[in-house]
Design a binder for this molecule. Structure first.
Ligand SMILES: [Zn+2]
Ligand SMILES: [Zn+2]
Length: 135
């Protein structure tokens, strides 16, 4: 993971480059995962790791691997969020690293940047499926 998305205590989102340590509040930098100091785009996808075979509570698809959408290289941990690649539903890894549906209060507690990140992933997934339907 070469960058970190976070927000200030007053809720202003920023991106921090883990190469040079510079934080940027620029919307474009955040959107495109760009560091203006290093002049690099960060790799948006991290490692794909194997997970305990687990069914999506929304669509029933069995997942045996997870790809980090925030450039993480480690396997998912308990309470990590996951977007189902099949239906776009938001799930959470429980203590046994099995998927369960996210709750309303968990969604409400998400930092804005995380919420946007998940929405982006869901939109992307539904777009992919729309294209498949057209074909
Ligand atoms: Zn940098
Ligand atoms: Zn699903």
């Amino acid at each position: 993971m070469s960058y970190q998305l976070s927000e200030t205590s007053s809720g202003v989102p920023f991106i921090r480059c883990l190469h040079c340590g510079r934080a940027s509040f620029n919307r474009n930098d955040i959107e495109h995962r760009y560091c203006g100091n290093c002049h690099v785009f960060h790799d948006p996808l991290g490692a794909t790791t194997e997970i305990v075979a687990s069914e999506c509570p929304a669509c029933g698809a069995t997942h045996t691997a997870a790809t980090s959408a925030i450039g993480d290289t480690e396997a998912p941990k308990a309470n990590d969020l996951s977007v189902c690649i099949k239906c776009g539903n938001w799930n959470v890894f429980d203590d046994d690293l099995r998927l369960r549906a996210i709750t309303e209060s968990e969604i409400a507690a998400l930092p804005d940047v995380m919420f946007q990140e998940l929405s982006r992933a869901s939109k992307l997934i539904s777009k992919i499926h729309e294209r498949r339907k057209i074909k």
